[in-house]
Design a protein around this ligand. Structure first.
Ligand SMILES: C[S@@+](CC[C@H](N)C(=O)[O-])C[C@H]1O[C@@H](n2cnc3c(N)ncnc32)[C@H](O)[C@@H]1O
Length: 185
């Protein structure tokens, strides 16, 4: 309950960038992550980690030699994420626009999966396009870009970038959410 209260306080102060007032439910988190092949994944990236609902679940399933790169621009959420002690986790208080640069720092050429909670509709078009195209470039051929949204407003845009976009829906979330699984082929 305390975690939810802290999230609410921070999210309401920064409603444009948070895009919500409540963290995602465990049901949405489970559905978002269920298609990831954790046995094969070496590098997973998380966009907009918030207070870490997906981060903790990802770390539970991640291979011992794999890594998780997390992006979160909000300072309070960033500080909270930094309290998660796990050598496989790298948290950046950076916008996801800098995905390529951060990957370069780790000498990473491609990533297996990107899990995004970004409120895309609230992000200026030029920036969201940069994030989406850089994500496509850095994603390995068999990789998946997974995004949730409270509407279908990005369905067409994602289909323009990814040849295969499948949809799912989770009603047990406030508000209920659509999940996009985007594949390169
Ligand atoms: C809808 S919240 C999701 C939080 C959490 N993942 C969840 O599902 O409960 C979106 C998060 O994205 C972060 N965010 C927004 N724009 C961002 C950007 N350009 N780069 C990194 N994080 C961003 C916000 O600060 C916020 O914590």
């Amino acid at each position: 309950m305390e975690k939810k209260r802290v999230f609410f306080k921070e999210a309401i102060k920064n409603i444009k960038t948070s895009g919500t007032i409540t963290p995602s439910s465990k049901y949405l988190a489970t559905k978002m992550l269920k298609s990831i092949d954790f046995k094969q994944a070496n590098v997973i990236v998380e966009y907009g980690a918030g207070n870490g609902i997906f981060t903790r679940k990802l770390l539970k399933k991640l291979n011992k030699d794999a890594i998780l790169l997390c992006f979160e621009i909000n300072e309070e959420f960033y500080k909270h994420l930094k309290t998660i002690k796990d050598d496989r986790l790298f948290v950046y208080q950076e916008s996801c626009e800098h995905i390529k640069q951060i990957c370069q720092q780790h000498d990473i050429k491609e990533v297996d999966c990107i899990v995004s909670s970004l409120p895309l509709t609230n992000i200026p078009n030029q920036i969201s396009q940069k994030i989406l195209s850089e994500s496509f470039d850095i994603l390995k051929k068999e990789g998946t870009f997974i995004q949730y949204q409270y509407s279908l407003s990005y369905h067409k845009k994602l289909k323009k970038i990814y040849p295969k976009v499948t949809l799912n829906f989770e009603v047990r979330n406030v508000p209920p959410a659509f999940i996009y699984y985007c594949k390169k082929y």
